[in-house]
Design a protein around this ligand. Structure first.
Ligand code: NAX
Length: 327
């Protein structure tokens, strides 16, 4: 049996974690041969519900769950972590502007970045889920100067999975036969779900669907899917977000399938003309625990306009938090 790895998770008593923790403990995230230590982190007022979740995990007697520790202090919770999932964030209150949400969460992620820099394993892989995920990941990464920016990612896999799932439903194909979709940009309503390079049953996807439907209905449906779920359910996506976290980490650690790629919010290296340094969702292939941006895709004028809009939004978000971004 392998030595256990440490996974630190914030927001561990929240809705997403309630689905996620049990999947991790069954080996879905890393592998069926990898024992895990869960280092669960919450706000002091949520420690009691967290204790309840820990009891339930224990009661499942998962063979891969080596041990669980509970923390109301981020520094303690992140010690030695090989993987850090930053899920907890202050939610958007009634009437709160996106810029206020960004400003409220920014100092928390700066602090968490500093603690990861000091206390986590040197090869740590960090995924930021708490919104605004891209900019929170940027802040955490810039506050961790001893680690590579490539170790910090933001979740856009839910948007990627939505693109595949909704396309599958629309065309009657199985989601596994829908490949090479890309979500570009920010995890927000400016994201661009791009089907220009996608395939269905190995053939180009766009000629198989109605162009007006793609441009006028589909793109907006993906961009606003989160709000549609809140309207219908009264709560934001939780189980599907947990599944996306599993997929993101699994593929980052174990590699992407042949003939396909995935979307990840990662630091831009200037590929496709996107401003260097921002955390932007790109198409990537993973291998041996590393990812690489898929290069050489042709970008139409239509796509470029949408990619730029999301880039501009991220640059504005970056400006809002510039005081928390050490050079
Ligand atoms: P919940 O409100 O159910 O749970 C959040 C939990 O985080 C709470 O238990 C809270 O006590 C804890 N928390 C808050 N600040 C913390 C901190 N500084 N340290 C430790 N714990 C902290 O939210 P949930 O539905 O689980 O969503 C969590 C976050 O994911 C939200 O910010 C949400 O906007 C974001 N999402 C991001 C998605 C993405 O694709 N990037 C999709 C799903 C989700 O909307």
């Amino acid at each position: 049996m392998k030595r256990p790895v440490r996974i630190a998770i914030t927001g561990a008593a929240g809705s997403i974690s309630h689905s996620l923790l049990f999947k991790i403990a069954t080996g879905e995230m890393i592998g069926q041969d990898q024992p895990v230590i869960l280092q669960l982190i919450e706000m002091p007022q949520a420690m009691e519900p967290l204790r309840g979740i820990a009891m339930e995990l224990e009661d499942c007697a998962f063979p891969l769950l080596h041990s669980i520790s509970l923390h109301d202090n981020f520094e303690e919770g992140v010690v030695g972590a090989h993987y850090v999932l930053l899920i907890g964030a202050k939610p958007r209150g009634p009437g709160m502007e996106r810029s206020e949400l960004i400003a409220t969460n920014a100092p928390i992620f700066a602090h968490q970045g500093q603690a990861i820099n000091k206390l986590a394993n040197r090869d740590v892989k960090v995924l930021v889920v708490g919104n605004p995920a891209n900019t929170n990941a940027l802040i955490a990464s810039r506050n961790a100067p001893d680690l590579s920016p490539a170790q910090f990612t933001a979740l856009t896999r839910l948007d990627h999975n939505r693109t595949r799932g909704i396309m599958a439903n629309h065309t009657g194909a199985n989601p596994k036969d829908i490949r090479r979709v890309t979500v570009w940009g920010n995890h927000s309503s400016t994201q661009f779900p791009d089907l220009h390079h996608a395939t269905i049953y190995g053939e180009p996807a766009l000629p198989q669907i109605d162009q007006d439907w793609y441009r006028d209905t589909f793109i907006e449906k993906i961009q606003k899917r989160g709000s549609a779920i809140i309207d219908a359910r009264g709560h934001s996506s939780a189980a599907s977000a947990a599944q996306a976290i599993i997929n993101h980490m699994h593929d980052w650690i174990n590699g992407t399938p042949e003939n396909d790629w995935v979307s990840m919010g990662i630091v831009s290296d200037g590929s496709y003309g996107i401003e260097k340094g921002i955390i932007y969702s790109f198409p990537v292939r993973c291998d041996y625990g590393r990812y690489q941006i898929v290069q050489g895709l042709e970008i139409s004028e239509f796509a470029r306009e949408k990619m730029t809009l999301s880039e501009q939004e991220l640059l504005t978000e970056m400006e809002t938090v510039k005081d928390l971004l050490p050079k």
